[in-house]
Ligand binder design. Structure first.
Ligand code: ASP
Length: 351
């Protein structure tokens, strides 16, 4: 009798366990939703303070950042790749005059908009970049084409433009990129440096100068439902840049880095310092070799490596567990993230 009861009890436990595991492996919609995914973006760092930004502008910027987050998130939600998500988010910001990328790119010393962009796949460590390109509507799309279509990683200047034409990428006239605010920043900077102003605007110049107070580069990092991380950055670089200067944004390891085993990173700030410290890769290495958390690694690179050299800016990141973090040593950074857990955050100022 005793044996019979024990036998019944074991049978009951086994049946319950089998049913339980069957239940868990059932592909229902709730299990699909439970796979975490996330996107984090930035729209540049700098002297971003509440007193410098009108409530209307603040709303405009916040809404555009939200639109970019939503565009990237929509890709992830329907099971799309993190590479497509970061590209979608960046396209929204490249098409807005609010940021220093694509349409809103700053002017170089010759009064032209010269742009840099890069993208990286954390699964394959494949990457693509363009530097010093003009008249391309969405430089990040060309960086993606470089990554997907040819063996090279980085193309520059006229060659990159030829490549883009060959692949049917959208080009725009100079007038599309003209932005009075940016033009006035260039003139003001030249005046401040005592430089001769030999350039002319394509449009009528107003004397109404608005200081930029920020860098404005855009970036995005995402993790998709397969746990793949991608990172991307797009910029017009620095106002009044000379001699085909190239910043950190198109440099893999400086402005952009992604590796599924550690994290994805996008940087913004004075590019020279991010190049010298290889900021994005350095952050990944601190996680890989020193076991730092993403948050600690970002802080270490910005405050103990970039700042002592005299550099300023910030970085956003997402680690292999989907944890989002950011840090900056400027007064603000346009930033936000959206996760499958329901969190949705957009911030502009220091907190
Ligand atoms: N990092 C960019 C550059 O140096 C500028 C920026 O972040 O706004 O080109």
């Amino acid at each position: 009798m005793k044996h019979f009861i024990t036998f019944l009890l074991i049978g009951f436990i086994l049946t319950t366990l089998i049913n339980c595991s069957k239940e868990q492996s059932k592909p229902n919609s709730s299990t699909i939703e439970e796979i975490p995914f996330a996107i984090v973006i930035h729209g540049g760092a700098g002297t971003i303070k509440k007193e410098f930004i009108s409530p209307e502008k603040e709303k405009e910027i916040t809404n555009k950042l939200q639109e970019a987050l939503d565009a990237g998130y929509a890709v992830l939600k329907k099971g799309g790749a993190s590479l497509d998500a970061v590209q979608a988010a960046i396209n929204v910001m490249e098409n807005s005059p609010l940021f220093n990328a694509g349409k809103g790119a700053v002017f170089n010393s010759a009064g032209k908009n010269e742009m840099d962009a890069s993208i990286m796949d954390g699964k394959t460590l494949n990457a693509g970049a363009v530097a010093g390109v003009q008249n391309i509507k969405n430089p990040i799309n060309v960086a993606r084409l470089v990554m997907d279509s040819i063996k090279h990683v980085m193309l520059s200047g006229k060659g990159a433009e030829l490549f883009a034409k060959k692949y049917g990428v959208e080009f725009e006239e100079d007038a599309y990129f003209y932005n009075e605010r940016r033009w006035n920043s260039l003139i003001k900077m030249k005046e401040k440096n005592g430089e001769k102003i030999q350039i002319k605007s394509t449009k009528n110049l107003s004397t109404n100068y608005v200081d930029e107070h920020k860098f404005g580069t855009v970036g995005a990092v995402a993790m998709d439902k397969n746990g793949n991380i991608a990172a991307a950055t797009s910029t017009g670089g620095m106002t009044n840049k000379k001699f085909n200067r190239i910043g950190d944004s198109p440099i893999i390891g400086a402005g952009t880095y992604a590796n599924n085993t550690t994290c994805g990173i996008s940087s913004t700030g004075t590019g020279e310092y991010f190049i010298r410290t290889l900021a994005a890769h350095e952050t990944s290495s601190l996680i890989q070799y020193k076991g730092y958390s993403l948050k600690k690694a970002l802080h270490e690179v910005i405050f103990n490596e970039i700042e002592p050299l005299g550099g300023d800016g910030g970085m956003i990141g997402l680690d292999k567990n989907g944890v989002v973090a950011w840090d900056f040593n400027t007064e603000g950074m346009y930033r936000g993230y959206k996760r499958s857990t329901g969190e949705n955050v957009v911030k502009l100022y220091q907190e």
